[in-house]
Design a protein. Sequence first.
Length: 195
Amino acid sequence: MKKILVLILFVSINAVGFAQWSIGLRDNRYGNVAYELNNKLEFKLEHSLFSEKLQFQYVRANVGYKQTIKKVSIMGTIYGGTIYNGDFYNVGLNVTAEYKPIDRFKIEAAINPHYDSGYDYSTCYQGGVWFNAYKALSIVASVSNIPEYRKAEDRAYLGLSFEVGPLCVSPRVSIPIEDSSVKSMRVLTSVQYKF
């Protein structure tokens, strides 16, 4: 029994040395806290910040694994979420690949099989580019139908990314592809701070 406790303590101490915590905000609506181990395995818990009662708030758990080989990174994330009153739930898998041919340029693509108990199954996608324009400032553009809330919509995203040390801030404009009226445009901001 003592050997098992010593082994667990040893693994825990070593794991903490290679682990990193982060807090963030996704698309103005979802606060999150994440724990990353060895820059590969990530556990993330998201919670909505809607102006609604607690029973209508959304909570999601994510578990992901990332592997980098030379200039290519691949990350797979399994997730599941629901609102507190149980009216709906969703589950899915998001597989993202990044290719960085040069230091200042990156191409990203994702496929996202997604099931929502109210909208059924949809195969979602995302594709985009990232260009480092100057020091901490990058220009980001993508096309996606991965749901911002629940329903898949074809949208184009144009924005910026600021990365200064452990802080990353990414404001973007979300433009619907089918209906490009100003009324259906959204301004989204995501923030992440790593400890």
